[in-house]
Design a protein around this ligand. Structure first.
Ligand code: HEC
Length: 310
């Protein structure tokens, strides 16, 4: 009888133990799944903050999302964006974390290709490592699409590989965003979002003959932005920039594309808003607007003179 009793005791502890071990294993597994989900969720938010990587979708021909093949016209010729879906053969599905970080921050592909600066690694180089890994987690969660990359159509002496390698040696220094301790956390958040992720400068800053952004003309507008579009002066200059806009006007335009004068933003700006910036939290849009307003005003008339309202 006693033995019988002991046996039950042992069994009871055995079951209790398995139960606890089991629930421990189960909960650590669900924790791992939860961690991964938040990485994907965080990554999706960052993806929106970049403007939604719309250059990688050929909207015009109803191409599959992020499968590339969209022609981007530049003064150097036509570039075709690449497949960044997780397809293992034609996309980036085989890329390791390091491959992804190297491409985004150094402009070098896993096979050693030097990318052209039409891929704004010149901005993404400022992203933090954690943000890059979250963004990769998101990109690896979207449906893979099998679609081969197209080669570019360029007029570049010595070919792309040498050409862009040389360009980078002369014009590009990789490096993370360094917060400015003298500025508020809101300013730093706005600067990080604008400069590392949303890459506003890549379109709104004019380039020199080598295609390098003119530092002293940051955000002062570019007559020949990507796809030949005119990108206005968005420094706080009152006459030629957006100095008359209130903070809420900038937040509104990034959220809805609607300008204070009632006009709608079109083209590439309309795209980065629709697929990207409009998904950002109000406080992040406010940080971007706050940062823009803190820039030195630069007088630079791009496009036609604004009507004088007296
Ligand atoms: C892919 C290129 C591109 C990127 C990236 C981009 N813009 Fe633009 N932006 C444009 C173009 C092109 C226009 C002109 C659109 C039009 O007139 O319909 C424009 C217009 C604007 C305007 C309207 C200015 C005016 O006077 O009408 C504002 C404000 C603006 N952008 C702010 C930003 C900010 C802030 C960012 C980054 C968070 C940004 N843009 C990123 C291309 C870009």
């Amino acid at each position: 009888m006693r033995f019988h009793h002991q046996k039950w005791e042992v069994l009871k502890y055995f079951f209790l133990l398995t139960f606890f071990a089991g629930s421990f294993i189960f909960s650590s597994r669900t924790n791992a799944v939860a961690a991964e989900q938040t990485a994907i969720e965080r990554g999706e938010y960052l993806f929106r903050a970049t403007g939604g990587c719309g250059c990688h979708t050929n909207y015009q021909d109803e191409g599959a999302e992020m499968a590339g093949g969209r022609a981007i016209k530049t003064p150097f010729g036509d570039f075709y964006s690449t497949n960044i879906t997780p397809d293992r053969e034609t996309g980036i599905g085989k890329w390791s974390d390091d491959d992804f970080i190297k491409a985004m921050t150094e402009g070098i592909g896993p096979d050693g290709t030097h990318y052209a600066p039409v891929f704004p690694y010149t901005s993404f180089t400022k992203m933090s490592k954690n943000d890059l890994l979250d963004l990769k987690a998101y990109l690896f969660s979207i449906p893979p699409v099998r679609q081969k990359n197209q080669s570019h159509d360029l007029f570049i002496p010595f070919g792309e590989r040498i050409g862009f390698g040389l360009w980078k040696k002369m014009n590009f220094t990789p490096g993370r965003f360094q917060p400015d301790p003298a500025k508020s956390s809101q300013w730093n958040r706005g600067a990080y979002l604008s400069r590392a992720l949303a890459h506003c400068e890549e379109c709104h800053t004019p380039r020199n003959l080598q295609g390098v952004l003119k530092k002293d003309m940051a955000y002062a507008g570019s007559v020949e932005g990507p796809e030949g579009e005119l990108a206005p002066n968005i420094t706080p200059d009152k006459k030629t920039g957006i100095g008359e806009w209130a903070l809420v006007d900038i937040i509104e335009v990034l959220q809805s594309g609607l300008k204070p004068d009632g006009d709608d933003l079109q083209g590439l700006m309309g795209e980065v808003i629709e697929h990207g910036y409009s998904f950002l939290k109000k406080e992040d849009l406010e940080a971007i607007a706050f940062y823009l307003k803190s820039l030195p005003p630069i007088q630079n008339q791009v496009g036609e003179q604004k009507e004088q309202e007296e």
